[in-house]
Design a protein around this ligand. Structure first.
Ligand code: ADP
Ligand code: MG
Length: 221
């Protein structure tokens, strides 16, 4: 079977495409948060990804993937308030730490990255699957990827679909954590904003990986 790997420059491309998709979704993400939170999720995500975009443009070209992910996470965390700044920032930092020697992201590295992200979010936020948070799409991705084969583009495409379904599924959950826990059943029918933004990030990764798979930045070996 052919195996596609994503190199360090392509990883930057994935993060930059996620930034573009998040920036474009600012109003929609604020809307999700207005329904069950304080309405700032789109703003917070945009600020974080803009800071990440600036940091990525400053990094030396030959930087290893693990270090790129770490710098992206630090930039995100340093620029945003709110729960998501720490959660997604730490998730990216730990994702980088999970593949310190990697020259490319293939299927094994991708699974390590998502695994490390889930552990980081669970440890930092103390959430469990089913608590109506960004952990829900992450957990669903890892459940499915642990039993999936394929190249990195195919796995990202599976992850994007699973994350979207899980994020939408949070509409059927009540919140046990954070400010929305006070709303009880009133959150039913509304998806969790952090789950929706995380699904959008993974969708952007999958889109970018698909378009890169036509180019030299994804090696077919
Ligand atoms: P804030 O809640 O501080 O306004 P945001 O609106 O930017 O921050 O982000 C809210 C999102 O953060 C939620 O939708 C949820 O997905 C995620 N989140 C918040 N608290 C936790 C937690 N303890 N564990 C996991 N995810 C959390
Ligand atoms: Mg908020």
């Amino acid at each position: 079977m052919k195996t596609a790997c994503i190199n360090a420059m392509a990883v930057r491309g994935l993060l930059l495409h996620a930034a573009t998709r998040i920036e474009a979704a600012e109003a929609e993400l604020n809307g999700f948060d207005s329904a069950i939170g304080d309405g700032d999720h789109g703003i917070t995500m945009r600020l974080g990804f803009q800071a990440m975009r600036r940091r990525l443009s400053e990094l030396p070209e030959g930087m290893a993937i693990g270090q790129v992910l770490r710098e992206a996470g630090k930039a995100f965390m340093g620029s945003t308030g709110g729960a998501i700044g720490v959660l997604l920032g730490r998730a990216l930092i730990n994702a980088g730490a999970a593949i310190p020697e990697a020259q490319d992201v293939g299927p094994d590295e991708l699974k390590k990255v998502f695994g490390a992200m889930e552990r980081a979010v669970a440890e930092t936020g103390k959430a469990k699957p089913g608590d109506k948070t960004m952990l829900d799409p992450l957990h669903a991705i890892n459940e499915v990827l642990s039993g999936s084969d394929g190249d990195v583009c195919e796995l990202l495409s599976i992850a994007a679909q699973v994350a979207q379904t899980a994020a939408r599924g949070t509409a059927n959950m009540v919140c046990r954590l954070g400010r929305a826990s006070r709303l009880g059943d009133r959150v039913l029918g509304h998806p969790d904003p952090g789950a929706m933004s995380f699904a959008l990030i993974v969708a952007a990764f999958a889109e970018q990986a698909r378009s890169l798979s036509q180019s030299t930045q994804v090696a077919h070996i």
